[in-house]
Design a protein around this ligand. Sequence first.
Ligand SMILES: [Zn+2]
Length: 407
Amino acid sequence: MLPVAFGLLLTWTGWAHAAATGAPSSSFRFDLACTSAEAGYCDNVKKTLELAGSYVEDVVSFSSTIQVNATVVGFANDGFLSQGRPSSTLVVKDSDGRVRLYPQALIRGKTPRPAVQEGQEMTKYDVEILINSNTPAYFPASVTGSSKAIGKEEVDLSWTLTHELLHGLGHLTAWRDHTQEEHGADAKGASNTSEYLTPYPFVYMVRSGSTGAAALQYDGHTYPYLFDRFLVETTSGKALDDYITAIDGVGKAGTTFADGPAFVSAVAGNGPAASAASKVSTLAKTPGSVSFRLDDGSLVTLDTDPALPSSRLDHLGPEYEKKEDLLMYSVTPSGLEYIRALKQAGSRHPIGEKTQSILRTMGYNVKNSSMVLPMSSSVSGSMAGSKGWQGKLHVMTGVMVVSWILS
Ligand SMILES: [Zn+2]
């Protein structure tokens, strides 16, 4: 075979393939519900979803197409930008004996499929994404074909939708304040103030007594997500999982609770459970205290910023804000294109190596990427974009909320 010299001509928007062509992702099917009077808006959202899908499928092999249900809504609250989560999670008993909730995308997209507990069926969709049409969106040049610069208050949707897609693949913690477990509470800006964090208390709702009043059945154990299996205390390496047993002792299997707050109250009233849930809450507010342990044993620090009102254990810590793994950091700026931010970070791929390693550790089939992004040193004027860091986009747990800091 003759040696082949690749003369990669990489320009500002010059991904080796998908971003430049806008070719539809084949690993994802995006169903988009969108009504917008703004010309081209829905089409641009669809293309940006495809672009986000192409970033992911360039590093992850899926054995079946991942079904994404995306909905554009006009929330009056313009602080809410977008949200991503698994459409469904399935109960799997792991090799360590602990029962965890697996994102359906991992079940569908992996061969052989992880064995789910009996009686569970997959839903049509694997990933849910909500997009608020009332926030100022920027669509990349590769989507619009226009070279229009991003406005200083605009948010690059290719950044946020890739972020949300990863939440939908299970980059998500169940360690939350389950008195306010609905994402909608975050979207409205409610504080996640409980001093007790626990995994999900319930997956089943039951009818109690002849009145048929709804209650939530506790199975004698809580349900962490698969992602949570790899969370450790940074200094000691102690797994956060180790706190679950004490929390689970709050009740016997079959106990019913009216709702999440009732469960958390029971935890608060049980010495060992309260101590464990309080400890995790403290860790989640102590900078640098919790990390994700990769399959090679190295640690990726997670976000435990005490100034943020909710658990951010499913986001990377502030040291990644301007590094190649900035995708899953909690806070991203307005007025800065995703590709520009990546180039400033010296990134070679839209999905950084540590983020790829997190997906691999969770069980996704991560492969060598074919996209190439030039290093920032080869791009003249790339740092000029730092002037764009004028607004802050706060990324909530599975939810992104805009909080403007205008200068
Ligand atoms: Zn997020």
